[in-house]
Design a protein around this ligand. Structure first.
Ligand SMILES: [Zn+2]
Length: 339
């Protein structure tokens, strides 16, 4: 038990003092898919003090190939990812305080969750969330580490408020691959490589060694054996709406953020009610039992299968409609069965 962190303490840039630092820090991870699982496990093993994990989804069979925290049992039980992750993470290191949030990382959610946090890890699969995250980071002065991967490709960059350009500055100048919703598939080594880049930067930030940060945008393609680093400091713009001298934080004020979204690489649409309200899943189960179709429920979500569609209802009112990419068809199913 006492020797738990001995190898990490022997690593001189961390040492006993650094280890002490790590144990007092709080990190927020947005998304608990492949990147989120890898980062969460690395941080928990490294002895982070507190970890908050946020995800809107539940475990499916297609996740098991690369999302290292999850098991077949989690997929069979359709456990929300953060619930399955928390139990695995706590089994790995019981001294870490892990907070699991089942939610869509919307503006309201993110701003609240990022308060008082030392570092944010981007493990989302969509650009809308990253833009919100970027503004929250600038507004609260919390560093964040961007990461994305698709196929055998991956990319990462560390954003330090007041020091480096932000994601908006970069977007206007650098083609950031791997950002679009893609059905090209993915292999786990690309995930692990992005996680390695994100986590080495995370450790530097957590021990306060800012001089050692990479300061470059890194990208790679493991199948094509390509690596590249781009120096991007000069891309910081004083006119940037997110990190410049006169900021408006445009992505925090978008009241018209999409309430429906086609999920990345999946035959699914998410519908988010404009006001999140707690749904009584037990009552809903009774109501749906009068319809044709199959209802299943666990403490976190209700799943309703009817013909080739499946509707998954979360307690916060969100609904995933599987079996279509068509938003109006998804809405029609939503209104027919869920009011
Ligand atoms: Zn900027």
């Amino acid at each position: 038990m006492n020797h738990r962190y001995s190898r990490q303490e022997l690593f001189s840039p961390i040492g006993k003092a650094g280890q002490q630092q790590i144990s007092t820090k709080h990190t927020l991870i947005i998304g608990m898919g492949a990147l989120g699982s890898g980062s969460a496990e690395a941080l928990v093993r490294a002895g982070i003090g507190q970890l908050t994990i946020v995800d809107r989804d539940y475990v499916e069979w297609s996740n098991l190939q690369r999302q290292q925290l999850y098991t077949e049992e989690d997929a069979i039980n359709r456990l929300p990812k953060v619930i399955a992750a928390k139990s695995r993470l706590t089994a790995i290191n019981s001294s870490v305080e892990v907070k699991a949030i089942i939610a869509d990382a919307s503006v309201e959610e993110l701003e609240g969750l990022a308060h008082g946090v030392d570092l944010i890890i981007d493990a989302t699969d969509n650009f809308e969330t990253r833009m919100i995250l970027n503004d929250v980071s600038q507004k609260l002065g919390v560093p964040w580490i961007y990461g994305a991967c698709v196929g055998s490709y991956g990319i990462s960059y560390t954003i330090i408020p007041e020091k480096t350009p932000c994601l908006v500055c970069l977007l206007e100048n650098v083609p950031l691959g791997g950002l679009t919703c893609d059905t090209a598939g993915i292999i786990s080594p690309s995930v692990n490589m992005v996680v390695s880049h994100q986590m080495s930067e995370a450790l530097k930030i957590l021990v306060g060694d800012f001089d050692s940060l990479r300061k470059k945008l890194v990208s790679f393609d493991l199948w094509k054996n390509q690596f590249s680093e781009i120096q991007v400091d000069r891309l910081k713009k004083s006119s940037c709406q997110s990190c410049g001298t006169e900021r408006t934080y445009p992505y925090l004020s978008f009241e018209n953020q999409t309430k429906t979204a086609v999920l990345c690489g999946r035959d699914s649409v998410q519908i988010r009610p404009s006001v999140l309200i707690e749904r009584d899943l037990e009552t809903l189960e009774r109501l749906l039992a009068n319809h044709e179709g199959v209802v299943q429920r666990n403490p976190y979500l209700l799943s309703y299968t009817v013909s080739q569609h499946r509707l998954v209802v979360f307690k916060d009112g969100r609904v995933l409609v599987h079996g279509t990419k068509d938003i109006s068809e998804a809405k029609a199913l939503y209104h027919r069965y869920l009011g």
